[in-house]
Structure formats: structure tokens, C-alpha cells
Design a protein around this ligand. Structure first.
Ligand code: ADP
Ligand code: MG
Length: 376
């Protein structure tokens, strides 16, 4: 059983490696909640072909629509099942690849559960950093790494730094550095060296998220929560330097609000969510058709993700769905969105060489050589 599982993981790992540059979609369905079960809600999801990446949705008593994904998780699959599949991709940030993982879906389908998880059931964010430190330790004879984390929120098209110690009135904006990297001047980048520090940073981010909102859950379903992990790597043997970025994103709920229900502040929120999620869709469509113009700048979300979405980066989307018949409409629209995403083929992923750092190293090396020579 164990060997079989190992073999399967290896196969999956290879598939992911081969698909460098392509957008992968993993579909995860949460369990029917106790309330839904006690209210007699039926399950409309058929997992009989989940192993092949197929998910069936019962759209009528005798009609079934099938969608294909790179991986399908049933409600029985746990956080470890999910992380093991995502880990080759997240850890490739150490090898110099830009990576983006985002969770998409209606509110209540498990986006936060997948990305953040709970203290007993930790999600992708924490497990990723834990794994990165493990690999850094294993490779310490070969490479040195520095890891920095930023935690931010995009709400109503405004960036909020969740690690800022003091609230500032200055608006955070996105800038492009000369070497092409996008960054947000003034954003806190916390250097982390072990899992304890990571946990503390994530807690600070979480607590900051609650400040200023009277209903945290509602607020978080209307904003995008984004964790950015930046890695600088120095290969001590080859001298290769890379600087790369991993985005882990818990998107705002994708549900459309009934027009009559929303007005005032709510309407503005809904429009901004629509704007950024449709901007994400537009970017993906433009990538799919290999358009010469990719409209990253149409929303803060896509602008922030620019380096790690498309081009020579690796992208993974968790499509979160509900099993309940009550959510069928939203489930179908999510599945349709994801099917479009999955059709996107990009070029091969490319390492992000840090030329400035390389230059510095070369100078140091030259100086060291000169010193040695002067002693001859
Ligand atoms: P979202 O962030 O998409 O709004 P949440 O992550 O808050 O959704 O999930 C809604 C509820 O469902 C939470 O109580 C969460 O713990 C539970 N849940 C979601 N996915 C799973 C899962 N795979 N297994 C068990 N519980 C889950
Ligand atoms: Mg959530």
C-alpha cells in the first residue's frame, strides 16, 4: 500500500514538473455541514471517478455533467493529501521559480480551510513554510537562503499591510523595480528563520485582519488575503543566485450577490470583488489566447500577482466547491471558470536570476582573487 502510494506521488510530482508553466487546477469539495445534513440537503457531487481527476455534478435527476481537473479531492481527503500534491510546486520557489497558488470559490466552500487551516488542521500556508525550512536545512552545505514574508489584504482595491506595526495613512502602491520585479514600497517584509517565527507572523497577520471590522468572517469573504514568500538563494557550488516569489492567496468569495440585496458600501464591495475576480479571469483568458497584451493592471490583485501569474511562472488554483444542492448554481459557475483556467498553456517556467546579487558576488570574488594574488 505504502509503495503504491509512493509511486503515485512520484507520478504526480513528475506530472507537475512536466507541466511547468501551465496552470494546474485541483478541485476540492468540502463535506456537507451538520446543518445542511440535518436540513436534508442532498449532495450533488459524484466522486466515482475522482481518482482520474473527474468530478460529476448531478444537474437533474438523470443528468450529470462531468468536469476534468488535475486532481479531485473528496471530503474525505485531508490537509496532508492536499499539501503533498502541492508541495513540489511550492518548494520550487527555492530553485528560483515564481509560483502562485490561489483558492477560488464561493464563500463557505473551504478556501480559508485549505490555505490557512486551523491550529489542529494546518493548511497550505504554514505547511509550505515548514517544508521550505526543512529543505533549507537539508541543503545547507550547498546553498544559502533568506526567506522573507509579507501578509497583506486587498479590500475595495486598496492594499493593507497586515504586518504593519503602526497604522499609516499612506496608500500602498505597486511599483516595478528596474529588474522587472513588482513590489510594494513600504510593505513590511519579515525575515523568518524557523517555524515558530512563521507561526507568530501569521498570527500577527490574522489579528490585524480582524481590526476595524465588526464581522471578521464577512469581511474576509469580501477581501483577498495574500501571503507573499520571497526567497533569495545562493548556490555555493555553482555561484547561481536567484530571487523568487511565492504567492499564497485566499481570494474573496466568488458568489454573485443579488442586485436587490446590495446597496451603499456593500454594492461598492461587490463591484470591487467582481472587478478583481473578473480581472483575474481576463488575465487568464489573455494568457490562454497568447494575447500580446495581458491586462494585469486592471486590478490590484492581478497587478500584485503579475510576476507569478503566467509568463514563466507556475500557477496552481484550488477550486473549492460545496456538495450541497442548494449551492448548485454557484458550483457550476465555479467549475466553468476553472475549466477555462485549466485550458491555459504557458511556456516553460524559467528561473529568476538575481543579476544584481550575481554582480556583487562577482566583484567580491574578483577582490578575493586580487588579495590572493597580492600575497603571491
Ligand atoms: P471559505 O473561506 O471559502 O469561506 P471556510 O474555509 O471558512 O470557507 O470553510 C467553511 C466551513 O467549512 C468552516 O467551518 C471549515 O472548517 C469547514 N470546512 C471547509 N472545508 C473543509 C474540509 N475539507 N474538511 C472539513 N471541514 C471543512
Ligand atoms: Mg474564508
Amino acid at each position: 500500500k505504502f509503495n503504491e502510494e509512493q509511486a503515485m506521488r512520484k507520478k504526480l510530482h513528475n506530472q507537475i514538473e512536466e507541466a511547468k508553466g501551465n496552470i494546474r487546477v485541483f478541485c476540492r469539495c468540502r463535506p456537507l455541514s451538520k446543518v445542511e445534513a440535518s436540513n436534508g440537503h442532498a449532495t450533488v457531487v459524484d466522486f466515482s471517478a475522482a481518482k482520474d481527476g473527474d468530478i460529476g455534478i448531478l444537474t437533474g435527476s438523470s443528468t450529470k455533467k462531468t468536469f476534468k481537473f488535475d486532481r479531485v479531492y473528496t471530503p474525505k481527503d485531508d490537509q496532508v493529501d492536499v499539501f503533498v500534491d502541492a508541495s513540489p510546486m511550492v518548494t520550487s520557489v527555492l530553485d528560483g521559480y515564481n509560483v502562485c497558488i490561489f483558492a477560488y470559490g464561493q464563500t463557505g466552500t473551504g478556501k480559508t480551510f485549505t490555505m490557512e487551516g486551523t491550529e489542529q488542521n494546518r493548511g497550505v500556508n504554514y505547511r509550505t513554510l515548514e517544508q521550505l525550512f526543512k529543505i533549507v536545512e537539508e541543503r545547507k552545505e550547498i546553498s544559502t537562503y533568506s526567506i522573507f514574508v509579507s501578509v497583506l489584504e486587498v479590500y475595495n482595491e486598496q492594499i493593507r499591510d497586515l504586518l504593519a506595526t503602526a497604522p499609516t495613512t499612506k496608500r500602498l502602491e505597486i511599483r516595478q523595480a528596474s529588474e522587472g520585479f513588482h513590489h510594494v514600497p513600504g510593505l513590511v517584509e519579515a525575515k523568518v528563520e524557523n517555524t515558530k517565527e512563521v507561526w507568530d507572523v501569521l498570527q500577527v497577520g490574522n489579528n490585524a485582519r480582524a481590526v476595524g471590522s465588526n464581522n471578521v468572517n464577512e469581511h474576509s469573504s469580501r477581501s483577498h488575503c495574500m501571503l507573499c514568500i520571497m526567497v533569495r538563494a545562493n548556490n555555493l557550488i555553482t555561484g547561481e543566485c536567484t530571487k523568487s516569489k511565492l504567492w499564497l492567496v485566499d481570494l474573496a468569495g466568488s458568489e454573485r450577490l443579488a442586485r436587490t440585496e446590495v446597496q451603499g458600501e456593500r454594492l461598492k464591495e461587490a463591484q470591487n470583488i467582481n472587478r478583481s475576480l473578473s480581472a483575474l479571469g481576463d488575465v487568464i483568458s489573455a494568457l490562454a489566447t497568447k494575447s500580446s497584451h495581458i491586462p494585469y493592471r486592471n486590478s490590484k490583485l492581478t497587478h500584485l500577482l503579475q510576476d507569478s501569474l503566467g509568463g514563466d511562472s507556475k500557477t496552481l488554483m484550488f477550486l473549492q466547491i460545496s456538495p450541497s444542492e442548494q449551492d448548485l448554481g454557484e458550483t457550476l459557475s465555479s467549475l466553468n471558470f476553472a475549466s477555462r483556467v485549466r485550458g491555459v498553456e504557458l511556456g516553460p517556467a524559467k528561473k529568476q536570476v538575481d543579476t544584481a546579487e550575481l554582480q556583487k558576488l562577482k566583484q567580491m570574488l574578483d577582490k578575493a582573487k586580487q588579495e590572493l594574488r597580492s600575497k603571491d
